[in-house]
Design a protein around this ligand. Structure first.
Ligand SMILES: Cc1cc2nc3c(=O)[nH]c(=O)nc-3n(C[C@H](O)[C@H](O)[C@H](O)COP(=O)(O)OP(=O)(O)OC[C@H]3O[C@@H](n4cnc5c(N)ncnc54)[C@H](O)[C@@H]3O)c2cc1C
Ligand code: SF4
Length: 480
């Protein structure tokens, strides 16, 4: 063990500095500053190189974290990059947006008493550095195969699978209904968590590696699913979940009540330089408005912080449970609080007020009850606790369900679960349709980027196992 490691006993945890609140409220740039080489090395040296690395076990990709921390501490950054890239297609993205407090860092053994190693920040640094040094290269295929795969959805699940399959020599075609790849990484997650350029440079790299992108192409509208199956030897469905959960009640049809993803897509498009009429008209723009966001997950956090940056007059987040029970990352709640968002815990909307257009939300106080079947504490209304919050923009961020793919794609035999997610064989990732595989949120339900990457990688390995026998057959025929 080199002297360089085990420094946690005297070297304090230091996450990358955040930009000043007033500065970051005024733009959509990432809020964390970059580590330099000395900081990354010093923070990596805090790792205790423990025998059973719980950080790796709790990372969905089982990243070899202690190995790349040691290499970073020793200044062997090219090797650190190689090790990190071996298990993760987009380490610089996960380093930025994984909820590390619940995954790798939350399970770091030095966390008890000394604060965890800053795993995410080092992971991000290593690949960002590799990009600046030109170490990140497009895929160079050793042997081109004649078989092709069609991937529906260019989110992290689809892109990770695309990269893995292309590496093995397949002709990979990715279809997406949006005009840019990235899925929620480009049109959902705002730039202050993940700058768009980070995602777009991956697109360019994948394209340079020979992956063909068919953008602005919606399967079920521009091409049928049956056509896609006929075109390719295997198909992967990685379409994510996009049906926004709604809220009813008096006044729920008023103007000024919008869906979270519509609001975020408009904001992200604006940032990317697109013309966005709904933003210009004020429909999907918080400037000067009293904004109320309903929900407590990552999407709600992104909406409140986007509203702040658009110049809202006030921003409140109504959540029916308390802070300890928020599903969103605690780090993002803290960032939102710093940026001036007011959280109204234990409160749920009961009616929307106004004539034609919303002017307020009438809410009720909630109290936490006993845990329900899922183990989460139930919520109940506190009688006579109604109160009103001023609002001329209400953003509904209540979660997402899958779209009804079997109906949309006229595929009655594509089996779905009770929740509408695609049913797969959990060993092979194959759906009920032969040669059709699925990965990411469309299988798990709304989840995380890192899980979509893992599923994409595993599905790609299974698709390869499915395709390989006929690939060999092709090669034999060619040789004859
Ligand atoms: C606002 C928001 C913030 C989030 N923040 C975080 C975070 O901080 N950290 C984190 O880890 N996770 C976060 N998540 C979750 C994360 O983004 C998702 O879990 C992840 O993107 C899922 O990846 P995916 O590849 O399964 O699907 P997606 O990223 O949803 O990509 C699916 C793609 O399929 C395309 N598609 C769908 N249907 C069709 C069709 N019929 N034809 C062609 N294309 C189609 C879509 O256009 C999309 O590009 C957030 C989610 C949201 C909504
Ligand atoms: S991928 Fe996510 S969970 Fe895994 S090491 Fe990186 S930041 Fe941690």
């Amino acid at each position: 063990m080199p002297d360089r490691m085990l420094q946690f006993t005297h070297l304090k945890q230091h996450q990358p500095d955040k930009r000043e609140v007033e500065q970051r409220r005024a733009d959509f740039d990432e809020i964390y500053r970059d580590f330099g080489i000395p900081q990354a090395a010093a923070q990596s040296s805090r790792c205790s190189q423990c025998g059973v690395p719980f950080c790796s076990i709790h990372c969905p990709l089982n990243n070899n974290i202690p190995d790349w921390l040691k290499l970073t501490a020793e200044g062997r950054l090219d090797e650190a990059y190689e090790v990190s890239a071996a298990t993760n297609n987009f380490p610089e993205i996960c380093g930025r947006i994984c909820p590390q407090d619940r995954l790798c860092e939350g399970n770091c053994v030095i966390e008890k008493g000394f604060e965890s190693v800053t795993i995410g920040a080092v992971e991000r640094f290593v690949t960002d550095h590799a990009f600046t040094q030109g170490w990140v290269k497009p895929i160079a295929v050793r042997e081109e195969l004649s078989q092709s795969v069609g991937i529906v959805g260019a989110g992290p699940g689809g892109l990770a699978a695309a990269e893995e399959l292309r590496r093995r020599g397949y002709q990979v075609h990715v279809y997406d209904r949006h005009d840019r790849p990235g899925g929620l990484m480009i049109y959902g997650i705002p730039g202050f968590k993940l700058e768009k350029e980070i995602v777009l440079r991956r697109w360019k790299l994948l394209e340079a590696g020979g992956i063909k992108f068919h953008l602005s192409t919606e399967v079920g509208r521009d091409v049928t699913f049956a056509e896609l199956r006929a075109r390719h030897d295997a198909v992967l469905v990685a379409t994510g979940v996009y049906q926004a959960r709604d809220i009813g009640g008096p006044g729920s049809g008023l103007g000024g009540i919008v869906k979270a993803l519509d609001f975020l897509i408009a904001s992200n498009r604006k940032g990317l330089g697109d013309a966005v009429p709904e933003y210009e008209s004020g429909l999907l723009n918080a400037a000067g408005k009293h904004v109320v966001v309903i929900g407590g997950g990552d999407t709600a956090m992104d909406c409140v912080r986007t509203s702040v940056r658009q110049g809202a007059a006030s921003v409140k987040c109504l959540y029916r449970r308390d802070k300890a029970n928020m599903p969103g990352s605690m780090r993002e709640v803290k960032n939102a609080e710093e940026e001036g968002v007011e959280f109204v815990w234990l409160s749920a909307p009961e009616a929307f007020l106004g004539t034609g257009h919303a002017t307020g939300v009438r809410a009720e106080r909630m109290r936490l009850g006993l845990p329900d079947a899922s183990g989460r504490q139930s919520v109940e209304v506190v009688d006579g606790s109604r109160f009103t919050v001023q609002a001329d923009l209400v953003i509904k961020a209540l979660g997402f369900d899958p779209e009804p793919l079997p109906k949309m794609w006229a595929q009655d035999s594509l089996e779905v679960s009770r929740l509408g997610t695609l049913k797969v064989n959990h060993r092979t990732f194959e759906t009920s349709l032969p040669g059709v595989f699925a990965a990411g949120d469309i299988v798990r339900g709304a989840s995380l980027v890192v899980w979509a990457i893992r599923d994409g990688r595993e599905a790609a390995a299974q698709m390869h196992a499915y395709l390989q026998p006929s690939a060999r057959q092709d090669m034999l025929v060619a040789a004859e």
